[in-house]
Write a protein of this length. Structure first.
Length: 157
């Protein structure tokens, strides 16, 4: 076994023992990968949330958040989102006043359009789940809510 392999293995064992998971492993040189494709709506939703959260985290000095909304959201939904934000004094995409530490996108399975559950992580013990609906023909988000269309709970429960 090479010294690099022993170091990575030791880091992995230490990570499990300390509960640090991928954080220690990534710093030990084990590569990670993320993939996607523009024809896949779940990838598009994940791309939007990743870029949007980056823009908000970076305080959006260049107007990137607005540009991302213009690219990924329908015009009608942008107006609806602006009204929601006025009423709730929060970011409508995130449904919060602050920025999450992490996010995850999961296909929620829907007929006629793409529906995804977005899990936003605020701390070790605090997450929020949102439902994001995207039209398959235009690849545009037309809805972000706390429940699925028709009031269906997340995950079809």
């Amino acid at each position: 076994m090479s010294s690099k392999t022993r170091t990575a293995l030791a880091a992995g064992v230490l990570a499990v023992a300390l509960g640090l998971g991928a954080t220690v492993q990534a710093s030990a040189g084990i590569p990670r990968s993320v993939s996607g494709k523009p024809s896949d709506d779940i990838t598009r939703i994940a791309d939007f949330y990743g870029a949007y959260i980056d823009a908000v985290t970076d305080e959006d000095s260049g107007g990137l958040g607005a540009a991302l909304r213009g690219h990924y959201l329908t015009a009608a939904f942008q107006k609806e989102l602006n009204a929601w934000e006025e009423k709730n004094h929060a970011n409508g995409v995130l449904r919060a006043q602050n920025v999450p530490l992490a996010w995850k996108v999961t296909d929620n399975g829907a007929a006629g359009h793409t529906e995804a559950v977005i899990t936003l992580t605020w701390s070790r013990s605090s997450t929020t789940e949102l439902v994001v609906d995207m039209a398959r023909d235009s690849h545009k988000i037309f809805r972000i809510a706390e429940k699925g269309i028709g009031g269906k709970s997340i995950g079809g429960k």
